[in-house]
Design a protein around this ligand. Structure first.
Ligand SMILES: [Zn+2]
Ligand SMILES: [Zn+2]
Length: 237
């Protein structure tokens, strides 16, 4: 096994076990919405991921480990970024899609992805699907170290309303699609690859997925509340 791959795997192990401490490390400034209990739920759910994924049909539980596993599979088995650099995935549940001049100078770029996900209300257990689950990815490549910081945006329950944003769960296929597009962005913007191998999805919901979910309710969407839902798709600027 190549040395860099081994390094990437070791780094993954480290990230998985220390994500509660590392979440905000070197991450850009956050917006004020930061529900601590939601954050703690995330950490808890990451630990019990495999059990819950099998027992819940609809994938309503946010599962950080599913994202980490898929990220590493695509890197180490499918060689999505075959440039010999080390890439890691981190989570920051407060970051926005805004990049300051200072952050830009330090190499940060941002992209948003509009995913199809599922929610379960933590209060009343109502479940619903959405074709507009916003994911914000910050990423940079600096001296051989690639970093991706992801934030999934939540949605509030139609019945309970308020500011309790539940985090989304995803099917494995959807996780793979989102990450493939992110790797495409990285190849294009960090390695200056031409458009040759383009990711299928451009980050907007397809008309098919639109049909199967109810119209997007802006007042219940955390991304809409802070002004960057995928309706205003932004890309690397
Ligand atoms: Zn509810
Ligand atoms: Zn929205």
């Amino acid at each position: 096994m190549a040395a860099w791959k081994m390094k990437a795997m070791l780094s993954f192990v480290f990230q998985t076990h220390s994500c509660s401490q590392d979440i905000n490390r070197d991450a850009p400034a956050a917006e004020p919405h930061s529900p601590l209990e939601q954050h703690q739920r995330l950490i808890a759910s990451a630990g019990s991921a495999s059990v819950n994924r099998q027992s819940i049909n609809m994938d309503t539980e946010w599962t950080a480990s599913l994202w980490l596993d898929t990220f590493n599979e695509l890197l180490n088995e499918d060689n999505e970024l075959d440039y010999g650099d080390r890439w890691t995935l981190n989570f920051n549940y407060n970051q926005t899609d805004r990049v300051t001049e200072e952050e830009r100078r330090r190499g940060w770029k941002v992209s948003t992805y509009c995913a199809r996900g599922n929610f379960e209300c933590a209060s009343c257990t109502r479940t619903w699907a959405s074709a507009r689950v916003v994911l914000v990815f910050r990423y940079r490549l600096l001296r051989g170290q690639g970093t991706v910081i992801m934030r999934p945006f939540g949605q509030a329950c139609l019945r309970c309303r308020g500011n309790n944003f539940n985090l989304p769960g995803f099917a494995e296929k959807e996780v793979e699609q989102a990450l493939l597009r992110q790797f495409y962005k990285i190849r294009k913007n960090c390695y200056h690859e031409e458009d040759g191998e383009k990711a299928e999805d451009n980050g907007r919901p397809s008309s098919e997925s639109e049909e199967k979910t109810k119209p997007h309710k802006n007042h219940l969407c955390q991304a809409c509340r802070v002004g960057h839902c995928c309706l205003d798709d932004k890309d690397d600027n």
